[in-house]
Write a protein that binds this ligand. Structure first.
Ligand SMILES: [Fe+2]
Ligand SMILES: [Fe+2]
Length: 296
């Protein structure tokens, strides 16, 4: 420490001390959890949602011929097959994470929720694959971005990490498919993108609610550390997606600055949605599981 001055480390330690002792105490001792906010959906509610969604899908006009200009074909062929591959994951590791999570929270119905979620993602992969075949654009069987995400999911079968990886991809998927929808003249691809965009909004909510459940009861300091790690991951993925798919994103109206700002704004909203303090924890289903407190 400098003579007559204050070392920045001293201030950092004081701040850490404050966070550990005061914030943690105030959060749990004084009840900062929202009593007016929404409750997270139970597994039964999510099953009902996925069932209803499967019955109200947009009609894809497969009978319309797929005719792409050479420029459009070049854009799509250089990018869409990677996303198609990512959407087509078999979900085996994700189901293993879900099974472990269902066991630890005594919520067996959660396994079915995850199965239905994976089915929706596979529908996206199936529709995109069918479009690529009709357009005579080769599918991919390997992609470096997809390989990295699969590797991460294979290494750690933990629900929290799975949700973080999924939400990171889904936020960028919203911007990507919105770009493809603007770029393409194909009615078929426009409708597929429209359906994917409709599905992804509840998917993001699904991941956020699960993370809120997993973060519930965690100290604010620990949540801050978790979100800091997620910010680093998110920044890296945002850069990687721009590098890999910038041609489509640019054609869809995103400069790098706009893509960066919009990604972070959407993720900022998701971070708010995964804040357990925003929810009231009075859901009888979750109370029975012992993963939340009764505030009634
Ligand atoms: Fe998807
Ligand atoms: Fe999704």
């Amino acid at each position: 420490m400098r003579r007559g001055g204050f070392d920045p480390l001293f201030f950092w330690l004081i701040t850490l001390h404050y966070k550990l002792l005061y914030i943690n105490k105030s959060e749990h001792g004084m009840g900062l959890t929202s009593q007016d906010g929404p409750a997270v959906w139970s597994s039964d509610e999510w099953i009902a949602y996925f069932k209803a969604n499967a019955n109200r899908l947009l009609t894809i006009p497969w009978e319309v011929e797929v005719l792409l200009s050479p420029e459009e074909r070049a854009l799509i062929a250089g990018s869409l097959p990677s996303w198609q591959l990512g959407e087509s994951s078999d979900g085996v590791r994700l189901m293993a994470s879900a099974q472990k999570h269902a066991n630890s929270t005594n919520d067996p119905a959660f396994v079915e929720v995850m199965r239905m979620f994976i089915k929706e993602e596979q529908r996206h992969g199936g529709d995109l694959g069918q479009f690529l075949d009709l357009a005579d654009v080769p599918r991919k069987s390997w992609d470096w971005g997809d390989a990295v995400f699969r590797r991460v999911r294979h290494l750690v079968t933990h629900m929290e990490l799975s949700c973080l990886v999924l939400i990171t991809v889904e936020i960028h998927a919203m911007l990507y498919y919105a770009s493809v929808r603007r770029v393409t003249t194909s009615e078929v691809l426009q409708r597929i993108c429209q359906q994917i965009l409709r599905d992804e909004i509840p998917h993001i909510r699904f991941q956020c609610e699960r993370l809120a459940i997993l973060h519930h009861g965690r100290s604010r300091l620990l949540r801050w550390l978790t979100l800091t790690c997620h910010r680093v991951l998110f920044g890296g993925v945002t850069m990687a997606i721009w590098i890999g798919h910038r041609k489509v994103l640019r054609a869809g109206g995103f400069s790098f600055g706009r893509f960066w700002r919009t990604s972070w704004a959407k993720m900022g909203h998701a971070w708010q949605m995964m804040d357990p303090l925003k929810y009231q924890w009075a859901n009888p289903g979750l109370l029975a599981l012992g993963v939340c407190r009764d505030l009634r």
